[in-house]
Structure formats: C-alpha cells, structure tokens
Design a binder for this molecule. Structure first.
Ligand code: CTP
Ligand code: MG
Length: 334
C-alpha cells in the first residue's frame, strides 16, 4: 500500500507540473506578435529619424527581456543627444506621432518616468516611449541573458507574473511590486537554490561593459557557454513555484535582508543603510536593482501593501501545499 501511495503521489506531482507547463505555454506570445512589434518599431524609427536623424530607438521591458506574455504593450526608449529638456522632446514627439495616424497619443511629461503613450491602429499595439532611459535598456539585456541560461527561469517568472496580475499585486501605484521586481525575485531565488540553477553573472569575468549615467554596468554575457549550468538541479517548475512562494511566505527575513542579484546572495539592510524610513522609502521588502544599487525596487511598498503582499505569498504557499487543484486556485481573481 505504501508503494501504491508513493506512486499516486508521484503521479500527482507529474500532473501538477504538466498543468503549470501548459499555463506557461498558453502565455507565450505567438511569433506573429513579435513581427507586429518590429513593424511598429520600424514605423516609429522612420518618423523619429525625420526629425532627429542621429536618434536611436531601443525596445526594453517585457517585449525585449523575454518575460513578456501575449498581448503586452511595448516599451520603447528614444536615445537622443540633445540638450533641450525631456519635456520639450516629448511634446515634439507627440506632435510628430499625432500627425501620422497613430491614436491616443498622449505626452505624460510630469510622470516619474516621463513618456509619450500611443496606440497603433495598424497593429493594435500600445506603446510607451521614454527618453534616454538607457539603464532600462541595459537591465533588459541582463534579464534576457539570464533567461537564456536555464528555461526554468522563464517558466517560473511567467507563472509568478501571471499570479501577481491575477491577484492584483502587480500595481506599483497601489504599493505592490513591478513586473521587473518579480523577475529579479525569481532570478535571485534560482541563484540561491542548491544546487544553483542560475549563476551570478555580475560576479564573473566581464565580457560586456557599458557606463550609463556614471554607473558601470559590467557582467559575463557569453551565456551560451552556461547552458548546462543548472543541470545538476533536477527540480521541476511545479517544485520551484512551491519553493518560491514558501520562501517569500515563511523563509525570507524581511527585517534584515536585501535580495541582491548583483552579488547572487542576500545582503544585510544594515550594510546598505536601508534600516530606516527615509522620505518615502520604507524598505519593508528590499530588492536591490542590479545596476542602480541605491535603488530599492521595494520602495513603493508601504505599511499597508506589505501586509497585502505577505498575505498573498502565504495564500499562494498554502495553496501549493494543501490545495488539490493549485493551478486553478492560485490564479483566482481577488
Ligand atoms: N524598470 C526599471 N526600474 C523600475 C521599473 C522598471 O528599470 N523600477 C525598467 C526595466 O527595464 C523593465 C522595464 O522598465 O524591464 C519595464 O518595467 P515593467 O513594466 O515593470 O516590466 P515589464 O517587463 O515591461 O512587464 P509587463 O509585462 O508587466 O509590462
Ligand atoms: Mg511593460
């Protein structure tokens, strides 16, 4: 009977993993979406270069970091070497785009990251354009390079992002975390796994290096050489989802710890002087940006939203532990 139960249990784990993989598959954008994104980028490039011939457009965010689900908006960075201020460029840009049939063109010059928003009726894609946010282009490459090392990162991050959106905890304006923060949490988690599933690219020999806004961004980017890095670890995505939520529900030391993809480990809040509230930065959950190391991606979290977040982590961990059908319950709308 013991053997029978063990076999049933193994079957369940197998079935659960297949269910998570099916969800992951269903979220992957189809190839024609990418083609449409590039079509829109080409149109924008043409319009922008008429006005600023030396300007360049870069994709960043989920359309370029490989963590984008189907039907995402695209994030574009306009890199331009002019001294006029950002607001003027954005207003001019909005003007140019407006007159070329693009819809809902809006310049948000007073946002924390000022942007122009638009919708392209040709492709149906919405797009945000920011100016000279080169650091975001570089951290997009870092995330994309991590994703190439082990397929389980993309699987885990898709599930976590899907969970966060379903549960309403992917809203920075409400004090919960950005998609970017969740992906960093996943990378950190896989770096910490034993055996490790991901290396620490910034701790290795430098093969790629740029300096942006006085910040040196350097890491090992020859990731095709690291394809077997995680192979000693046989965990499946279902096990990793369970362990991820368990870590954030019951394993993380919120009072003292900062997660750091840059170092591939945990560092102390004391070391970063993130122990007290300074201005609006409360440091209730600490996620160090890999390049802008003074930036805590948890800084949007306040004393109310930290409770919401931690209750959601606990809910998810408990569902993974006890629920007979976690693949449904986990993503139930809140
Ligand atoms: N970014 C950043 N610092 C932040 C938030 C975002 O540098 N505090 C940059 C990152 O390059 C990130 C991009 O902005 O990839 C877009 O952020 P976000 O919308 O959080 O992530 P996406 O990956 O675009 O996710 P989604 O699919 O939800 O749009
Ligand atoms: Mg985005």
């Amino acid at each position: 009977r013991m053997l029978k139960r063990q076999m049933e249990c193994r079957n369940d784990i197998h079935r659960l993993n297949a269910a998570f993989l099916a969800i992951y598959q269903s979220l992957i954008p189809p190839e024609e979406e990418r083609a449409k994104q590039y079509q829109l980028l080409a149109l924008l490039e043409k319009l922008v270069c008429k006005e600023w011939p030396e300007a360049r457009l870069y994709l960043y965010g989920s359309c370029a970091n490989s963590f984008g689900v189907s039907k995402s908006d695209i994030d574009v960075c306009l890199a331009i070497n002019e001294d006029i201020n950002k607001s003027e460029i954005l207003l001019k840009l909005a003007d140019i785009l407006q007159s070329d049939n693009l819809q809902n063109v809006q310049a948000l010059t007073r946002a924390r990251v000022p942007i122009v928003k638009l919708m392209d009726p040709g492709t149906g894609i919405s797009c945000d354009i920011c100016i000279n946010n080169v650091l975001a282009v570089v951290n997009t490459k870092l995330l994309r390079d991590y994703a190439k090392i082990d397929g389980r990162l993309r699987q885990l991050a898709f599930i976590v992002k899907h969970w966060a959106k379903s549960r309403g905890v992917n809203e920075t304006y409400q004090g919960t975390l950005s998609s970017y923060a969740y992906v960093l949490m996943c990378i950190h988690f896989l770096q910490q796994r034993r055996p490790a599933i991901l290396p620490c690219l910034q701790g290795m020999e430098t093969t790629y290096s740029v300096t942006v806004d006085d910040i040196e961004c350097a890491y090992f980017d020859q990731v095709e050489k690291l394809r077997n890095f995680g192979s000693a670890n046989k965990e499946t995505v279902a096990q990793l989802v369970w362990a991820f939520f368990n870590y954030w529900a019951y394993g993380h030391d919120y009072a003292n710890s900062v997660i750091s993809v840059r170092t591939g480990s945990i560092i102390s809040k004391r070391e970063k002087d993130w122990t007290r509230r300074i201005g609006n930065d409360r440091h209730l959950i600490c996620i160090e940006d890999p390049f802008e190391t003074s930036h805590d991606l948890g800084r949007v979290v306040d004393k109310f939203s930290i409770r919401v977040l931690r209750e959601e982590f606990e809910r998810a961990a408990d569902i993974m532990q006890y629920d007979p059908n976690p693949c449904v319950t986990l993503f139930e709308p809140y």
